[in-house]
Write a protein that binds this ligand. Structure first.
Ligand code: TXA
Ligand code: MG
Length: 317
């Protein structure tokens, strides 16, 4: 049962038998079920304690699968797919009748992505069926970027975990909705506005607007999300003053003020890669809060990392 071929085979068999299976992706690990097994889909919500109003995204291995799953595939959507798939982009498209309402939380649209992690892609291609997979964490908590995170998160569950090593990107995909005249970014992620803009220029589509929508357009994306087990405090100041400490004590209702700071690399891509594993590690320390102050010499596009950190934090001072 050790070779990677055996492991792939077990993942494929379990999914085909209607069981859940954790899968590696280049963003974060997902908790997967075949999209056409309604019982397994319900099980995802149960295991994650996820509310039914938060839709799941579908993962595909080949572009042709789009035909079965969606009603409309505009030229813009096709262009985006060819440019960014396989990769960390989820597109929200009009769903076909084959996609069960439980997956989309009753919406007319469905989120779809083709991951680039080689093991995941091979699994999806062997399966010949889309799988629904949210991040493999309890609802509202930090997403897992390695197999051991999932074992720790779900000690009582015995679904199979396909171990694909550390996720290379470390934060969830960019969720977008291509429209006739615009691309709406519903969740910022590894593919940022600069890359989308470059794509539009390359295909002479510069008239198309890019907008960033507020959370309510993406039902599961609420103010508090991605929360570590120990409260995170986002501070504008690198050194906490005594009045900061008082405010932390009052707001977090903690009796001690032991803390450690989350020190991220200054490059945005490297920061994204280690963000969740560092939050998990710090959550195991004997401390009362985690402290984060944005690096002064930050480089690259921090939009997605700051989005996650602001939602993960319990207090901003
Ligand atoms: O990178 C990722 O996207 C990871 C890996 C496993 O692929 N998956 C992931 O899934 O982050 P999840 O369920 O944790 O987040 C999916 C997000 C949610 O915020 C959900 O509300 C949004 O996508 N979403 C899904 N379907 C949608 C739809 N039809 N319309 C708007 N937002 C949708
Ligand atoms: Mg999630």
């Amino acid at each position: 049962m050790n070779s990677i071929w055996h492991q792939l085979d077990q993942a494929r068999t379990d999914l085909s038998d209607g069981k859940l299976c954790a899968i590696p992706t280049e963003t974060v690990y997902g908790l997967a079920a075949r999209f056409d097994h309604p019982e397994a889909i319900l099980k995802i919500f149960e295991v994650k304690e996820r509310p039914f109003f938060d839709p799941l995204i579908l993962h595909i291995g080949r572009l042709q699968q789009i035909e079965e799953l969606t009603e409309e595939f505009s030229e813009l959507a096709e262009g985006l797919a060819k440019e960014f798939w396989p990769g960390p982009m989820t597109m929200v498209l009009k769903k076909s009748l084959k996609v069960d309402e439980r997956i989309t939380a009753g919406l007319e649209t469905v989120g779809i992505r083709m991951p680039s992690h080689p093991l995941c892609l091979r699994l999806l291609r062997n399966l010949r069926s889309a799988v629904a997979a949210p991040s493999a964490n309890r609802f509202g908590k930090t997403s897992p970027t390695r197999a051991s995170h999932i074992r720790e998160e779900f000690p009582d569950q015995n679904f199979f975990i396909l171990d694909g090593g550390d996720s290379s990107l470390g934060i969830e995909s960019t969720v977008l909705r291509p429209d006739k005249q615009k691309i709406q970014i519903l969740r910022p992620g590894p593919i940022g506005e600069t890359q989308l803009r470059a794509f539009l220029v390359k295909f002479e589509l510069s008239h198309i607007e890019i907008t960033t929508e507020s959370s309510q357009h993406s039902p599961g994306h609420m103010k508090h999300h991605y929360q570590p087990a120990i409260p995170l405090v986002w501070s504008q100041r690198p050194v906490l003053s005594s009045s900061d400490l008082e405010s932390i004590q009052r707001n977090l209702r903690v009796s001690n003020l032991r803390h450690k700071s989350l020190d991220l690399p200054r490059d945005a891509k490297l920061a994204a890669r280690v963000l969740y594993s560092q939050l998990r590690e710090l959550s195991q320390a004997p401390i009362d809060f985690i402290f984060f102050c944005p690096p002064l010499d930050a480089e690259g596009d921090w939009t997605a990392v700051y989005d996650r950190l602001s939602k993960a934090s319990s207090l901003q001072i």
